[in-house]
Design a protein around this ligand. Sequence first.
Ligand code: NAD
Ligand code: DAU
Length: 351
Amino acid sequence: MIYFVTGGAGFIGSNFLKTFVPRHSEHTFVNVDCLTYSANLMNLEDIQDCDNYRFEGVDITDYEALEGLFQKYSPDVIVHFAAESHVDRSIVSPRRFIETNIIGTFNLLELARHYWKDDYQNKLFHHVSTDEVYGSLGKEGYFEETTPYDPSSPYSSSKASSDHLVRAYGRTYGLQFTLTNCSNNYGPYQFPEKLIPLMIRNILSGKPLPVYGKGENVRDWLYVVDHCEAIWTVMEKGERGESYNIGGNNERTNMEVINALCHIVSEITGKEVEDYLGLIKFVEDRPGHDLRYAINASKMRNELGWEPKETFESGMRKTVKWYVDNQEWVESVCSGEYQKWIEKNYKNRER
Ligand code: NAD
Ligand code: DAU
């Protein structure tokens, strides 16, 4: 089968391709990615010469270019990761989020409708989405698959819109789809604007650790490869037309995460943990900052038999070690456009 993997050069997409391209030589994987600032083809060096891997530098907002790829490859499965994914950027400049996350998804759905309509039963559209579509929890409770959508940021509302479009194409046209809403991922190749890689980078270079508000916000952390395995499980065994919540059952406040990172780095470098903890700096809160995310993943567990393999401790240790060992990667992805964006948008926040 031919798999279109959109956004395959980003954080989760590249972990997905590195896991499944070698494991499934019977399938061909076409990575469709226009290589925005958060992408890096270097992530995929070890699979780039595999016979069952192709790269196509196409922007999903460009309908004609995407149609060319449909004609060239006749995909059987679309695994749709491509998105603008960073909440802070969506607050500063939302337009690209609307274009990529909504129009880009719409383009893929339209092409699936035109090219798959006589054979929907043998095709699959898998949409990779986020738990942020549900909005914020208070101190109690969990996101269920039935929780009403209530997104807070331009990012999460663009993802909510794309989820609705996917379901509408299922109901209206009979498109066979599966959809996953996952909690916060961490692991290798995550662009250092997100909490965990940003903190590791700043700890290692002695820069301030910017904590939004009081650091009391809670996220449910999941190791990225566990997320990729969950997506594969859903595509293989999930019921068509269904959504699945994916989470790590690892709720931590941001302060707990930063504390853990300081301790792990200190164990690795042998330096005093107090020196790292002293870098913590409370900064202005994110507007519309969701207080707490927590996932009830019992549908994944009970119906599909999926369980995360990494604990928070084992996953964090692996991740910190990866960033310590790959500081060249970190500095290369942080040069250029990213630095310009940081200077323009965060100049008063001492990041
Ligand atoms: P990322 O920002 O690291 O990667 C996004 C990828 O999409 C990049 O390779 C980028 O070049 C590509 N892309 C962006 N716009 C494109 C366009 N117009 N055309 C083609 N390619 C384009 O993001 P990520 O963290 O890997 O997230 C991947 C997906 O998973 C997103 O849909 C995101 O909403 C979802 N998700 C992420 C998390 C998380 O914690 N990171 C959790 C749940 C769901
Ligand atoms: O829940 C899934 C979502 O998780 C994904 O859909 C998004 O693509 C992904 O970016 C992530 O969103 P968050 O906003 O939760 O992640 P981020 O790493 O930006 O922030 C995590 C928490 O840390 C959040 O409460 C804000 C806080 N934070 C973040 C940064 C970058 C800080 O306190 N300081 C920071 O510098």
